[in-house]
Design a protein around this ligand. Structure first.
Ligand SMILES: C[S@@+](CC[C@H](N)C(=O)[O-])C[C@H]1O[C@@H](n2cnc3c(N)ncnc32)[C@H](O)[C@@H]1O
Length: 280
């Protein structure tokens, strides 16, 4: 598959994702939250599209020793939940970048609503090729997104380029294991828009090659297994909204793809990891 075809598939995957701006706004209203007085403290229960919610943001912040003076890049920021959280709870400035225009539009709308647009800004771009100047950021973070990016070397070189020397990159991602067969990879690539999944040792090699000295690589597979079982149940609880928005066939396809994905965590076919690396 060409790179452009793959990027189009990623955009389409997130344009029809069960978590979206309209879905969040609907849920807020249903839960009796007044959109006029929305704060990050309330929104954080709705807008995090990664595993372990805001605790995972704190884990990354702790790993990089996040300071108020840091300018943070959130690579593949989605609807901006982690960016808003880090700005609100650590006082830093955050820039989010994401490939999918509907994610960036959602991120900007929600950030306006929480009154954080002065500290949190967004840009629509491919993480393998961003318009940021060299050495712009003190810290870069990312969660559950690099699994979609086909050229991990290019991605990590780009992250290294935009970080200052001594800058810190902390991210979590879905990783392959020795039990990830070619058939499983193909199905995950087709159904989940993944590309070029790496094992933990492969990630470490690629980080080093990109000029990022690996400090930590923590296996999260066991923790994620239970979280993902709950997440599948959460997506199933959104069935009515998903069917109404995208149709029954889309829900059925999503459900089968996500159930297969979660099953890989039960059988060791996939794992998860959190990395810290320092720009040389
Ligand atoms: C699972 S979501 C994670 C969103 C966010 N990190 C969070 O924790 O809420 C993955 C995001 O990666 C983005 N993405 C995938 N490939 C990308 C690329 N090549 N460049 C930039 N963003 C990309 C998708 O558009 C999607 O918003």
């Amino acid at each position: 598959m060409s790179k452009d075809t793959h990027l189009a598939e990623v955009r389409s995957f997130y344009d029809s994702h069960p978590i979206s701006l309209p879905q969040i706004l609907e849920k807020l209203v249903r839960d009796g939250v007044d959109p006029q007085t929305l704060t990050e403290d309330t929104l954080q229960a709705y807008d995090q599209d990664h595993y372990s919610g805001v605790a995972a943001n704190d884990a990354l912040a702790e790993l990089v020793g996040l300071a108020e003076s840091d300018h943070v890049l959130d690579i593949c920021c989605g609807l901006g939940g982690p960016a808003r959280y880090l700005a609100r709870h650590y006082g830093c400035r955050v820039t989010g970048v994401d490939l999918t225009a509907s994610r960036i539009e959602g991120a900007e709308t929600l950030t306006e609503m929480t009154g954080q647009a002065d500290r949190v800004t967004f840009l629509c771009a491919d993480a393998m090729n961003t318009p940021f100047p060299d050495a712009e950021f003190d810290v870069a973070v990312s969660q559950e997104a690099f699994c979609h990016i086909p050229d991990k070397d290019k991605l990590l070189q780009e992250a290294a380029r935009v970080l200052k020397p001594g800058g810190r990159l902390a991210f979590t991602d879905i990783v392959a294991t020795d039990a990830t067969s070619a058939e499983k990879r193909q199905r995950l690539e087709r159904e989940m828009a993944f590309a070029g999944l790496c094992t933990i040792p492969e990630y470490c090699q690629r980080l080093e090659r990109a000029g990022l000295a690996v400090q930590k690589a923590i296996d999260l597979g066991e923790i994620w297994r239970d979280i993902l079982i709950e997440r599948l149940a959460m997506y199933r609880s959104l069935k009515d909204q998903t069917v109404e928005r995208f149709g029954q066939a889309h829900f059925d396809n999503w459900d089968s793809a996500y159930a297969f994905f979660v099953d890989q965590y039960r059988t060791g076919g996939l794992s998860g990891a959190r990395f810290l690396a320092i720009r040389r």
